[in-house]
Design a protein around this ligand. Sequence first.
Ligand code: ADP
Ligand code: MG
Length: 1079
Amino acid sequence: MEVKTSLLDNMIGVGDMVLLEPLSEDSFLGNLKKRFDHSEIYTYIGSVVISMNPYRSLPIYTPEKVEEYRNRNFYELSPHIYALADEAYRSLRDQDKDQCILITGESGAGKTEASKLVMSYVAAVCGKGHEVNKVKEQLLQSNPVLEAFGNAKTVRNDNSSRFGKYMDIEFDFKGDPLGGVISNYLLEKSRVVKQPRGERNFHVFYQLLSGASDDTLRKLKLDRDFSKYNYLSLDSAAVSGLDDAANFRTVRNAMQIVGFMEDEVQSVLELVAAVLKLGNIEFKPESRCNGTDESRVKDKNDLKEMCELLGIEQSVLERAFSYRTVEAKMEKVSTTLNVAQAYYARDALAKNLYSRLFSWLVTRINESIQAQTKARHKVMGVLDIYGFEIFEDNSFEQFIINYCNEKLQQIFIELTLREEQEEYIREGIEWTNIEYFNNAIICDLIENNQNGILAMLDEECLRPGTVTDETFLDKLNTICADHQHFESRLNKNSKFLNDHSLPHNCFRIQHYAGKVLYRVEGFVDKNNDLLYRDLSQAMYKANHSLIKQLFPEGNPAKVNLKRPLTAGFQFRASVGTLMRNLQTKNPNYIRCIKPNDKKASHIFTDSLVRHQVRYLGLMENVRVRRAGYAFRQPYEPCLERYKMLCKRTWPHWKGPAREGVEVLMADLQIPTEEISYGRSKIFIRNPRTLFFLEEKRKQCLQDLATLIQKIYRGWKCRTHFLLMKKSQIVVAAWYRRYAQQKKYRNIKSATTMVQSYTRGWQARKLLRELKHQKRCEEAVTTIAAFWHGTQVRREYRKFFRANAGKKIYDFTIQRIIQKYFLGLKSSMPSMSPIDRKWPARPYGFLDGVHTELRKIFHHWRCKKYRDQFTEEKKAVYEEKLEASEIFKDKKALYPSSVSQPFKGDYLEISKNPKYQKLNSAVDEKVLLADVVNKINRANGKGTPRIFLLTKKNFVLADQKTGQVKASIPLPDVTSVSVSTQKDGFFALKLKEGSASAVKGDFLLSSEHLIEIITKLHRIGATAADREKLKVDISDEFLVQFKQDKVCVKFIQSSPKNGNSVSCKRKNNRLLEVSVPTSP
Ligand SMILES: Nc1ncnc2c1ncn2[C@@H]1O[C@H](COP(=O)(O)OP(=O)(O)O)[C@@H](O)[C@H]1O
Ligand SMILES: [Mg+2]
């Protein structure tokens, strides 16, 4: 398998010093320089990263780079701080090991930058999400806040951390950040009141004055001019490449993100302003009567403004600068302060104010960023502590800082050099010891509880009597005289008596990183860290919540007469805690090296780097690494991790883990010189081998995943198949059942059909046979019967008359008919033709005869009746019959005429003498004589006339005189018109052209209309020479009057208009006759 390692290929120099050949200090430096010149600032010694400060920004921190290093093997890519961060993060996430990143190096070597790079990398690769991003942002934004308040420009570094910082970032099991805890170590507070030449006070002062708005400054009673403030050194107020104003905005923004309230920010700024004001307070002596000088505040304006800012009563603070109250054994003694003491008090107050503010800030940030859940979490600690410092003038602060660096070097030695070698011995690995310098002895010189420098300083501080820095030095001189690493002019050891580089008021310590000369001046004071109680009480009284919080000891209710803990003691204790904390975690080292003292890029000062390489023990580090093994692991986890690489150990190895690992390594054909088997651990010499194992494991895991996937898929498919099969069987069973049932039903019905046909055929056959048999039997019976009949008749003919039955029948019928006729005779109806009675018939078969007889009887009865009539009566009936033929159902007047006998001569003309003359005028026999009304054609009024009818003509005569008015021969009358109604109007129409027709037709009215017309008709019918008289029955007819034809129209009128018929002439052509309807 090809091992991809850019660590070995295409590398400038060597990426890992372990691979350096030949190994010497020169080649080591040469490699570093070569790489530095090619902008390769990172180099490994095994898993330790050496970082050279490039003093310029390099394009190697881009998001693409982050992605490149993410989840990659440590040795896979070229050395980078990201590789270390990734390794630490993955080990934390995947192997559940708490991590710490230890960043060491001298001031300006790039520690702070490195810590920020680590944090930003972890932030970039860990989980995402709204909550997580907020946590990340808060963690990252805590940096600018702390840097503004805790960093300053020094001669070594423009952004030097003046406090130690250890940050624990907490993660959940998924590797998402939950929060963090920051611990701060001893802020270099002396910087607040005084800065060495060429250095600045803390950044925040400059940032505030340059970046705050005019309004804010006015509120804070500040002036933008740096020179107005005593505490701000002027010689390097503006630093090139440092934009204070912009940084101020960044800090304000960061404070907001971290979660500072607006009023909290305001309070913080007020305190910063107060410190500046405090520096401007000056004192003047005022002689007192006892000859001593008492200090007085020179210009009270600054004091006043400061008191206003913090809400302190001016007089209280003023007094605290002039008097000091000492309490001892329930006694209070008040002494005056001279000017020097007043300045001391002022500076002490400023320092305390600032350092307490700083600690408060850290606490406040912790409140914001602390993890919200109590769930178990993993921790990654990042330690960025001030680097080793050697200044011209080193004081208590440098002493403390360098002590801390000694401790860190100690832990490095402990964990990488000594621990490693000891482990080889413990594990029984063959090992040639490598010499290295163990700085435990220097740590002991400083921190030993009995005669350590810090312990003696505390002793001096607590000792009654006059205590000065000199008495402290004396003490050191007596106690530490014999220590190899302690040097002093006044030492009994004559070695230094003539060493003029060692002044009298100084002592020198040979640190692991070099000799440092400390001036004792201020050691006692700074260790005591004394703030007069009057001042802390004055502060406590302030009407400002933050100030009050910062000076809890000023509370008169809680006066504590005990001395406060010394600064040295506190620091030693916190460093002790830190070291213990670090020891529980898996260390990752970043060793920062500074290439030059000029803060310049591209300059590689050989001597400076050589010095750092030496004191950092990097050569020893490489040697131990080269002699030793890159990787070790107890057998059990090793076997557990790699057992899948060998068939014999996979999946379970039965037997001791060590044998398992041996089998495994043998199987993988790892060369024997590459590995050693210790008592409880396996040691792997080359990272390549480990990388090979890891690569194989990764491959194998993929194969295993495939296998699991394969088996799972197989199982899934099989299960599915079995299910399908089972289902298929069920379906098939049901289907077969159904098919068989269907088939069975078909066969059954076919069978039934065949059966039924067969049975039918059989039955029919049987029936035929039976019928035949029956017919035979019947025939036989018939034949037999006939035969018997014939036989019997033949035999009995002599005993019976033939056809007796018919005779009996005929007789019976005759008898019945006889009885019927006799019965009919006795119940005959009367002889009246209108009698409708007729007896009922006794038998149905007589129906026809019965009705026929009735008809015959009726005709006979009618004949008998008619035979009784005389000739006259006969004529009358004939006339009536004719009237009926003409009018029945045609004219409404007819029914009333039926019962009236046609009298004919109503006037008795032959008898009445009145009409004698008239009678004589008529030669024929008068058939009808009556009075009629002749209708006047002009007005429709009637005039009575005598109407005579003979066989030949009719005559109209005056009723009174009997004078003949008109005599018309009957042949001239062609037709008669009458209405259908009950009136008696009739028009006699004359033949056109005849003599009688000259005067026109006659319109007459008579009560005996029916009789008149019937007689007229009869005459016409009997005369052979004439045509039959035509009778028109209609409600509208025309009458010829002279020349005009007038229409006579009959209408029905209601009876109320009078009961008589009225005739009116309507116009020339219309004569209207209204006939009342009979009720
Ligand atoms: N990786 C880096 N890339 C670019 N510049 C760097 C890098 N590390 C350090 N520096 C420069 O060096 C200066 C000092 O670094 P810093 O981390 O503050 O030192 P230390 O904390 O060790 O005192 C920084 O202000 C920066 O200008
Ligand atoms: Mg720093």
